[in-house]
Design a binder for this molecule. Structure first.
Ligand SMILES: [Zn+2]
Length: 291
């Protein structure tokens, strides 16, 4: 019928107008990343929790643990010379639908997105210069695709496993597929000093996975801190010297733990066990930060 004809034209015009409005808005408020601070900052984000119903996989009975829950933390390190994201969650932001209070995938639940927490301190994922994971398990890399613009700092053995035709257990390749084309630095040394001044150093700590690493931070006020990756999950693992059943190499984990414990003594650094639910609940969360 004739009456229906003008519609496509109208909707085309309204689309153009909408695009113009968006362009003008973007022009009026260009995104500016926050200025670099004078000294190192560490932001901790709430990236959800893991509800572990079977702690036997960690060689524990329920009653041996203060809680079976594990926290999931994501970290932004802001150095005067640049920014580094360390571990990016267990559930991708896209799983949390508008209007929903939480999203659950497997063991993991989130109640807020990583991007919204970054936005509150003025950053967009595309602002971030460097991306690194303690290791490739799904609960550390879920939002990787959002950081594909960053330079990925990774050990070859981990990257090779992630993009192998048959990836290892506990990985979700769709959540990091975009990193395949990211600018990448393949780390070949046990220690990798990210900004060249000894304040942000990734340390090889294999066993949990072949290229598992921990992150040493030299914070002015807080003092030195090591972010554990999954060197331990429950604090009881450290005290009772239990090694989970699903390590890539259990003997290597034992040797690595000895090496890192010696480093902690020598450096005086605190160990922050990233999955330690009770310890994590006491940490300052962004927009607050450690310095
Ligand atoms: Zn983990």
């Amino acid at each position: 019928m004739m009456g229906a004809k003008p519609k496509p034209m109208l909707s085309k015009i309204s689309l153009i107008i909408a695009a113009l409005i968006t362009l003008c808005a973007a022009h009026a408020q260009p995104h500016k990343r926050p200025p670099a601070p004078d000294s190192l900052r560490l932001y901790v984000f709430n990236c959800g929790s893991l509800d572990i119903s079977d702690p036997e996989r960690f060689r524990f009975k329920k009653e041996e643990l203060a809680t079976t829950n594990l926290s999931v933390a994501c970290f932004l390190i802001v150095h005067p010379k640049g920014t580094l994201m360390w571990d990016v969650g267990a559930v991708p932001d896209s799983a949390l639908k508008p209007g929903e209070k939480s999203a659950t995938e497997g063991y993991a639940t989130i109640t807020q997105t990583l991007a919204s927490q970054l936005a509150k301190i003025g950053y967009e994922p595309s602002d971030i210069e460097y991306l690194a994971f303690s290791h490739y398990h799904y609960d550390h890399v879920a939002n990787a695709n959002q950081f594909a613009n960053a330079t990925w700092l990774v050990r070859k053995v981990e990257r090779d496993a992630m993009f192998a035709p048959k990836p290892p257990d506990k990985v979700n390749p769709a959540n990091y597929a975009a990193l395949k084309n990211s600018k990448t630095i393949l780390i070949t040394t046990d220690d990798y000093d990210v900004f060249g001044d000894g304040t942000v150093v990734m340390k090889l700590a294999p066993g949990h996975t072949p290229g598992h690493q921990v992150l040493f931070l030299k914070l002015k006020k807080t003092g030195p801190v090591v972010l554990s990756g999954d060197l331990y999950h429950y604090p009881e693992e450290r005290r009772l010297k239990r090694v989970p059943t699903f390590e890539t190499d259990q003997a290597q984990t034992v040797a690595t733990r000895e090496k890192i414990e010696a480093f902690l003594k020598q450096s005086g650094a605190q160990l922050w066990i990233q999955h330690d639910y009770l310890a994590n609940s006491k940490l300052k969360k962004a927009p607050q930060y450690y310095e």
